[in-house]
Design a protein around this ligand. Structure first.
Ligand SMILES: Nc1ncnc2c1ncn2[C@@H]1O[C@H](COP(=O)(O)OP(=O)(O)OP(=O)(O)O)[C@@H](O)[C@H]1O
Length: 608
């Protein structure tokens, strides 16, 4: 019993929450929607009265003019109802889109402003965010938080309409009015309980909800080449069918089960309809009601009983409420997305590179058990070029992510000029970093923007051209029809598609631009992976040696790329295994020397 009451309380609070959500659509749009719903709510009662009035004046043999006016009133109400419905549909769409847009913007703000990646990569964050952002298709209908809010408003006015009809009926038959209202609400509650379980089933299969993703994102755009060359269209089709079957098979089973359980509601509905017709009819026969009143009260009874049906708005509410709850949970857990309280400003806003120390750092990715970094201790001295090498998966990129404050160590600490990174103002620290990740982002934007995104405040095309030149992108710039204005978003704008190597030069230009804007620690993770042999050979001279007054961290499997570095650090088992210049490590005769020899031999064999 107590649980029922708690559920009821939660449901009421959720429904009020939905109504409050409507304010996000703006006063004018929401006000118009409320007004239109109000008109539609009173129309059935007005129709019952007007039809009764028409029958009364017709039966009393009044003049043609009075009959015509009464008939015009009936027709006018039908027309008004229809016209209001049309406008309401359009205004409702506007309100739904606005509410959804606002909620999505809030979730985007939370996601973008989270200081690290650990929450963002978690399954629970992603599921909750996709619930808010994606909305979804429920039983063939677009459903979202916005449609839940509009649906809740619709339900309020459906109730109002039924109560208005009951009030009219109560003027003559109060017991019938009360009884019909009670039974109709009971039927509605029973139906709602039975049918809403279907929304639970739909909601439970998040993998099923993602089935659209395979088609739209992967099969059509993302993996278009692979899908065709490997002939994977059958696999995609099968995958979509399998997820659809997994989602909908239990739904259809439940629908059949609900239909088989309709006896009680059907009996109650038949009983109500019989009472609604026979009680006024008996009153007519006994002479206490005339035929015109009979029509008015039967129509009013009909208006009361209409609330017993579970309309689409009930599904909208139930489905979209999950999105609203998910948004509330995200806000409760991560705040509103406003940038978090700033820590101390990164020390020395001077133009010199800092000393960065990893002190006995242990780090394990959330949701995994084995640490990737396990007692890593290393110092990056101001202005030196340090190469980080090691086998696949040893933790090189993880080292960079921790350097950027995207994750925090489980134990140990990272210091910048002696100050713990955890105590620093992260945005300020990140402005002093320029990081090129191996899986750099190809922004759907112009060439200029792809470079200046690293430091939008540094204006001037000369700096952009200089960064492109250092990254070996001058020829690319000359070839592009619209120069720096060329859109590099080929799918979205008919812009230019670049090759892998050309994109890498653009991404490299972006971080060099960040260095020009004040970045004092440059990190290049696999910067030559897509470059041709000549560009790779020129890389150190063209890029690294021209970067001054900056600490450079270079990660690469191509040991010829890292050879000229001041220091080379080899990671093994999450910590530094070898540390020294190329010559020192070759003399040491450890893993680095072995890897270098193997690569050099392979190169010599290829070159023969
Ligand atoms: N977001 C993540 N969640 C869980 N584990 C991760 C995540 N990112 C990386 N890992 C794991 O951490 C380990 C180190 O990955 P990392 O990318 O740092 O290696 P790497 O040395 O840069 O490898 P490579 O040379 O292949 O680029 C790997 O075992 C990887 O599977």
């Amino acid at each position: 019993m107590r649980r029922r009451l708690t559920d009821a309380g939660r449901t009421t609070a959720a429904r009020i929450r939905l109504l409050r959500l409507l304010s996000r659509a703006g006063l004018a749009a929401t006000g118009t929607l409320v007004t239109l719903q109000l008109v539609r709510a009173v129309v059935p009662t007005a129709q019952a009265l007007s039809v009764g009035h028409l029958v009364a004046v017709f039966g009393a043999g009044h003049s043609d003019r009075r009959v015509l006016v009464a008939a015009a009133l009936v027709a006018g109400l039908f027309l008004i109802d229809h016209a209001v419905w049309l406008v309401l549909t359009a205004v409702r769409t506007l309100v739904v889109k606005r509410v959804d847009g606002r909620l999505r913007a809030e979730v985007r703000a939370i996601a973008v402003n989270l200081p690290g990646l650990d929450h963002l990569e978690g399954r629970s964050f992603q599921d909750r965010a996709s619930r808010v952002v994606d909305g979804g298709m429920g039983l063939g209908r677009d459903r979202s938080a916005g449609s839940a809010a509009a649906g809740q408003l619709e339900l309020v006015f459906r109730m109002l309409s039924a109560f208005a009809a009951a009030a009219l009926l109560a003027t003559f038959l109060p017991t019938l009015a009360f009884g019909l209202l009670l039974v109709s609400l009971l039927i509605r509650a029973m139906l709602r309980r039975q049918w809403m379980r279907i929304i639970d089933l739909l909601d439970a299969d998040t993998a099923g909800q993602r089935k659209e993703y395979y088609l739209s994102e992967q099969a059509v755009i993302g993996a278009a080449k692979d899908v065709r060359l490997f002939g994977l269209s059958g696999w995609f089709g099968g995958r979509v069918r399998a997820t659809a079957t997994r989602t909908y098979a239990p739904v259809y089973r439940e629908m059949l089960a609900v239909l088989r359980r309709q006896w009680w509601t059907a009996l109650l509905a038949v009983g109500s309809a019989t009472a609604a017709l026979t009680v006024p009819a008996v009153a007519v026969l006994s002479g206490s009601l005339d035929p015109a009143q009979l029509i008015t009260f039967v129509l009013a009874a009909w208006g009361v009983m209409s609330i017993s049906s579970v309309g689409m708005e009930a599904y909208d509410i139930e489905y979209g409420l999950r999105g609203v709850e998910a948004a509330d949970e995200l806000t409760a857990e991560y705040g509103t997305g406003a940038a978090g309280a700033a820590g101390r400003e990164a020390p020395s806003p001077t133009p010199t590179p800092p000393t960065v120390r990893f002190e006995d750092v242990v780090f394990t990715y959330p949701g995994t058990s084995a640490p990737v970094l396990d007692g890593l201790t290393v110092t990056l001295r101001p202005g030196e070029t340090v190469a980080v090498v090691g086998e696949n998966g040893v933790g090189k990129t993880t080292f960079v992510k921790l350097l950027g404050g995207l994750y925090r160590p489980d134990s140990g600490r990272i210091t910048v000029d002696g100050v713990d990174l955890a105590a620093l103002d992260l945005p300020a620290w990140r402005r002093r970093l320029a990081v090129l990740f191996g899986d750099f982002v190809r922004y759907p934007a112009s060439l200029r923007e792809n470079v200046t995104f690293a430091a939008p405040h540094l204006a001037g095309d000369d700096a952009v051209r200089d960064a492109l030149d250092r990254a070996g992108g001058t020829r690319l710039l000359a070839e592009l029809a619209d120069g720096l204005d060329t859109s590099l978003w080929s799918e979205g704008t008919d812009g230019t598609g670049l090759s892998g190597g050309q994109w890498q030069r653009v991404a490299l230009a972006r971080v060099l631009f960040a260095v020009a804007a004040g970045g004092r620690v440059l990190v290049l993770d696999e910067p030559t992976a897509h470059l041709d042999v000549r560009a790779e050979a020129e890389f150190h001279q063209r890029v690294v040696s021209r970067v001054h007054n900056t600490t450079t961290v270079l990660i690469s499997h191509r040991l010829s790329t890292v050879r000229p570095a001041d220091r080379i650090i080899l990671l093994r088992a999450g910590r530094v295994a070898e540390d020294g210049s190329h010559d020192e490590l070759m003399a040491l005769g450890g893993d680095y020397a072995r890897f270098f020899t193997v690569q050099a031999e392979a190169f010599t064999v290829e070159a023969r």
